[in-house]
Design a protein around this ligand. Structure first.
Ligand SMILES: [Zn+2]
Length: 558
């Protein structure tokens, strides 16, 4: 990798994730030997990466510039903006700056990773500025599906660069103030060199609806239900959760929270007054079991159909205290993250089979996007009037549509609307913006909370060479849900099969127990069965042998 000598005089903007590909938002800004990182998010592996729990950006670039990095700057607390921060802090321990609520969400992760003793988290208020040698950063409040979100204005020696974070222009947010267009306009008046703007909804005409736009549909659901109302949404969707709590109060229903992240995020939001929780509204899942159906709301994590989530457990009769049943109204109040559609479809089918009604956003307006559409983007561009516009946060197609559409506004010169992708080094100053180099930016796959390797192929090779592979092959009868008798376990590089008959027999028994312990609905859900077998074997093998072989269950349906 090479940099021009004049790099010291120009600003470098280097997206490390989230630009040209969905999720994992992360960006570096460098000037004169100083660098800041804006956001460090994680991606979602979907179903094409078996055995991978989360995906984070590859930090080898960071390694190279570790001495230059002075801070991690956070725009807001969504997973795809903060999820990789604990992993990053283990590589480079630099101060992290963000709003109180963003840092509170991060704090939970920092503790999970056991790095609370050295992580240095600094909370900032909107309009607060933090100065480094060459960079001065100001947080400016924006609206989004989460609260306490910000754009950041970075003043550099070559001009001001504004990073929009994720935003929409919501004039009537449920919680907190609207976007601070006044401050953004002040920056615009003073002159903005470049705007890096959220492209997620750049293809959508008009304005994105306010978070309040879901209220009529929710009101209707509460008015017309005489059974339990089960709402599953993202556990960080504070506005949505507030709306559910308000209607629960109005319609005299109690609320039980299900799923670890739901409980934790609601507690965090409540403790920082991001939620206005009605008195005595919450009850425990155990109390919920005793409660008449028409007096109950369940607020459940797992709207993306993750096999191990509370929502899927309830829909497959595997939750320890509560299951979906006849008379329930299941409200999936979220968008489908790309890649998750098959799992969500299965979740919906499970609910219908158990006699519940399901309402998703195809049937009622129970979800609005947190990202600005074209007219929101226009308001931002008009406020800031930047010399350069750089679309970020989106697939290449969305970046391109953002550019095409912004060209029609006549505010930014078409040549000054620059599309970059992850790894591009964009050199920028008053005279121009050009891509001067390309870094190789890979992805890092995380299995559980450890096991970071730079590339899936390398990961697989290392994994296989250290601990081998186990392939349990089972056949499940789709009608009866029973395991067919000819269960097989193939191993390579793990044990000598002839010498380890006892261990193999134990492994077989675990597979049999896992499948027979599952509900009928779980048994006939290929993804759930696979994941349950994988986790059960992983736990046992780790405990019994201390090793972590790759486990690839094969489930045939007969
Ligand atoms: Zn977001």
């Amino acid at each position: 990798m090479k940099h021009k000598n004049m790099a010291e005089e120009r600003l470098e903007i280097i997206p490390l994730g989230g630009v040209g590909a969905f999720g994992m938002n992360m960006m570096a800004m460098r000037y004169g030997g100083e660098a800041i990182i804006i956001d460090a998010g994680m991606g979602f592996p979907g179903e094409d990466l078996p055995g991978v729990d989360i995906v984070i950006p590859d930090f080898s670039f960071i390694e190279e510039y570790r001495d230059e990095i002075v801070a991690i700057i956070l725009t807001h607390g969504h997973e795809d903006h903060i999820g990789a921060v604990p992993f990053l802090l283990k590589e480079i321990n630099v101060p992290v700056y963000g709003t109180h609520f963003t840092l509170a969400l991060l704090e939970n992760k920092v503790q999970e990773h056991g790095i609370q003793d050295y992580a240095e988290l600094h909370a900032v208020e909107p309009r607060e500025r933090v100065a480094f040698e060459y960079f001065e950063v100001e947080w400016i409040h924006v609206s989004h599906s989460l609260t306490s979100c910000a754009a950041v204005a970075v003043t550099t020696p070559v001009g001001v660069v504004v990073h929009s974070g994720d935003f929409k222009v919501d004039d009537t947010p449920v919680v907190g103030p609207s976007i601070d267009l006044e401050r953004l306009t002040e920056y615009g008046d003073q002159g903005v060199l470049a705007l890096l703007a959220d492209s997620t909804n750049a293809e959508r005409p008009g304005r994105t609806l306010s978070e309040r736009a879901v209220e009529p549909a929710f009101e209707n659901i509460f008015e017309t239900s005489d059974g339990r109302i089960i709402v599953s949404c993202f556990t960080s969707s504070v506005h949505r959760i507030q709306i559910v709590l308000d209607y629960a109060q109005e319609f005299r229903r109690k609320v039980a929270l299900l799923g670890r992240s739901m409980v934790r995020n609601v507690e965090t939001a409540d403790s920082l007054r991001q939620l206005d929780v009605p008195d005595d509204i919450f009850i425990s899942p155990a109390q919920a079991r005793q409660m008449p159906a028409d007096q109950l709301v369940l607020l459940v994590a797992g709207c993306q159909g993750d096999p191990m989530s509370a929502m899927t457990r309830m829909a497959t009769d595997q939750h320890k205290s509560l299951s979906v049943g006849p008379g329930d109204k299941v409200v999936l109040s979220a968008r489908n993250i790309p890649g998750n559609e098959p799992a969500i479809t299965r979740l919906i089918s499970h609910c219908y089979k158990r006699g519940a009604r399901v309402i998703d956003s195809s049937l009622a307006r129970i979800h609005v996007s947190g990202h600005g559409s074209q007219e929101d983007l226009k308001l931002l561009i008009e406020a800031l009037r930047p010399k350069f516009l750089i679309p970020i946060h989106g697939d290449y197609r969305q970046l391109y549509r953002h550019k095409e559409w912004a060209e029609t506004l006549g505010i930014v010169e078409p040549d000054n609307i620059v599309i970059i992708e992850n790894g591009d080094v964009l050199e920028l100053d008053e005279r121009g913006a050009e891509i001067s180099a390309k870094e190789f930016i890979g992805r890092t796959f995380i299995d559980g909370t450890f096991g970071e390797v730079e590339d899936i192929v390398v990961r697989d090779r290392k994994h296989l060479s250290y601990d081998g592979v186990i392939v349990p092959i089972v056949a499940v009868n789709l009608t009866s849900g029973n395991l067919e008798p000819d269960l097989e376990i193939v191993t390579r590089g793990f044990i000598h099969e002839d010498d380890s008959a006892d261990l193999l027999a134990e492994l077989k028994q675990i597979v049999i127990d896992t499948v027979s312990g599952a509900t009928h609905e779980e048994k006939i859900d290929n993804a759930v069965v696979k994941e349950k077998i994988r986790l059960a074997l992983k736990r046992f093998i780790q405990k019994a042998t201390g090793r972590r072989p790759m486990i690839i269950p094969v489930v045939m349906e007969v």
